[in-house]
Ligand binder design. Structure first.
Ligand code: GDP
Length: 498
């Protein structure tokens, strides 16, 4: 029989097997089995045998240590002061992912990084999801939960500066002279790893190899991050060899982690498949245009729309259009053979409706230069107008857009956007990165280069510890870049895997 793990990764193979050999569908998480038939790009990357065995071990560990299990309850007592054992003796150790404030892309990057850290350090990942994240994803493991139980000690303090001050690893290092003296403090039962973009110099010392030894002894690590810090783990000698074994292909790290962790819930999967089947499935080619405008004042929408058209046409993603002459609409083109017309379905992923309107209008009112060999249909699933990450239905639509974009054959993403990173990595598409114009730098003119091809489909780690937030410089000599870790195309000091 197929294990659910193999099924999660090998469902393209399962899909082609005779019906009687197919495993029964997990009705509680339909995307787990259906996903592969939508992700039809082939060949699907196969995870390394070592990664599969590591995930099997993880599953056992998670099951053994899951919330309300005996080892969980015992480890919990270390926090409530009712324990008779000391913290270094506990059977189960945890990483609790905590992040409420950011958008879904940032959260997914943080969660996948925390999970990889848990894999590398034999911990169990639990997530602190509020109502805004309820029912967006399936549980990664059937018949178990990754949700931090209600009433977990400190839960309502996770986001306060006092919690960071009292429990963070950075504070401990600061108060103990960076552990440079010979006497190490006694390991506390809980430590907070503050690894979000605005972290401080002491927090960054998490990335020092020698500090990892100490962290091993802490049963409860809470981890807050909005970053994809995986590339930096590859730079740490402690983890490098293990990571090389786990991921012989560095470009698919997020793809594998994301595939394992993020199965859309049945509700989210309904949003994705109904839209896909109705608007995208029958096209010869699907083109996803993800347009993220961080500041509509600095990047006015009409200017961004122009840049988007320029990128898609100059890179041959969409047909070039005739320049209109005296009449504003192009007339019909006489063609002999309409059956050879190739259909391109364009999916716009954006908070705003204007890009959809503009693109649709352009391809409706103007004929293409080459005389109509391609027909272009433009679609958009939602346009929420503003980011509202505290809303469950908003986040559900965001996940639907991320997944729909991931199902496209060609992608244009926006620089700096983690939303785009997740779509490209799940979909295994090397995107064109749109150079979103910013009038503060370029005035009303469009920057010369509209977009450029990404060197890999991996997400970018925006704020590695080598970047000094205050001085806005990369601290020299700290990071030796070179494959598999290089600087990002869209964030010059960022790091990504290739
Ligand atoms: P980033 O800010 O671009 O790095 O991406 P995040 O996902 O972290 O935050 C942006 C948030 O804005 C998303 O999570 C959504 O809530 C919302 N958003 C941005 N772009 C889109 C989009 O194209 N579609 C939808 N539905 N929501 C979007």
């Amino acid at each position: 029989p197929f294990s659910d793990l193999a099924q999660q990764f090998f469902s393209p193979i399962l899909k082609n097997s005779p019906p009687e050999q197919q495993p029964p569908q997990d009705q509680s998480c339909i995307s787990r089995t259906q996903k592969a038939s939508y992700q039809k790009k082939s060949p699907s990357p196969v995870p390394s045998p070592y990664l599969l065995s590591k995930l099997r071990d993880y599953k056992r560990r998670h099951k053994n240590c899951e919330p309300f299990s005996e080892p969980f309850n015992t480890t919990l007592k270390l926090l409530t002061g009712n324990s008779t054992t000391n913290s270094t003796e506990s059977d189960c150790r945890y990483v609790v992912f905590t992040l409420h404030v950011n958008g879904l892309g940032n959260r997914m990057l943080g969660i996948s990084s925390a999970f990889l850290y848990a894999l590398l350090t034999d911990r169990v990942l639990l997530v602190d999801f509020g109502p805004d994240m309820a029912d967006i994803f399936c549980e990664p493991l059937q018949n178990s939960t990754w949700l931090l139980p209600d009433g977990f000690p400190f839960r309502n303090q996770f986001y306060s500066p006092q919690f960071r001050e009292a429990h963070s690893f950075g504070t401990l290092l600061r108060d103990n002279n960076n552990f440079t003296q010979s006497v190490l403090p006694l390991p506390p039962p809980i430590l907070h790893l503050f690894l979000s973009y605005e972290y401080g110099d002491y927090d960054k010392l998490f990335y020092r190899d020698e500090n990892q030894e100490f962290l091993q002894s802490i049963p409860w690590l809470t981890l807050r991050s909005d970053q994809y810090f995986v590339p930096y783990l590859f730079l740490m000698p402690r983890f490098r060899a293990e990571l090389e074994r786990l991921f012989p292909d560095k470009e698919t790290v997020f793809h594998h982690l994301g595939n394992y962790l993020f199965n859309p819930s049945n509700q989210a999967w309904g949003l994705i498949t109904r839209f896909y089947d109705a608007y995208l499935a029958r096209a010869d080619e699907r083109i996803g245009l993800q347009v993220r405008v961080f500041n509509t004042k600095a990047s006015p929408i009409p200017l961004v729309a122009k840049q988007l058209l320029k990128c898609t046409q100059s890179e041959g993603i969409l047909p070039q259009l005739q320049v209109s002459t005296n009449s504003s609409f192009s007339s019909v083109k006489v063609t002999n053979n309409t059956s050879s017309t190739k259909t391109k379905a364009v999916l716009i992923g954006s908070l705003y409706r204007e890009f959809y309107e503009e693109m649709k209008y352009e391809y409706w009112t103007r004929a293409s230069v080459d005389g109509g060999g391609e027909s272009v249909g433009v679609h958009q699933a939602s346009h929420e107008e503003s980011q509202n990450s505290e809303s469950n239905s908003h986040n559900m639509k965001a996940l639907a857009d991320i997944y729909l974009l991931s199902l496209c054959d060609v992608l244009v993403t926006s620089r700096w956007s983690t939303f785009g990173y997740v779509a490209q990595a799940i979909g295994r598409v090397k995107p064109w990165i749109l150079n979103v114009p910013n009038t503060n730098y370029s005035g009303d003119r469009l920057p010369e280069r509209a977009c450029r091809r990404a060197v890999s489909m991996e997400p970018c780690f925006h704020y590695p510890p080598s970047y000094d937030m205050k001085k806005k410089v990369v601290v020299d000599g700290e990071v030796g870049t070179g494959p598999p870790v290089v600087h990002c195309e869209d964030v010059s000091w960022g790091l990504k895997l290739v």
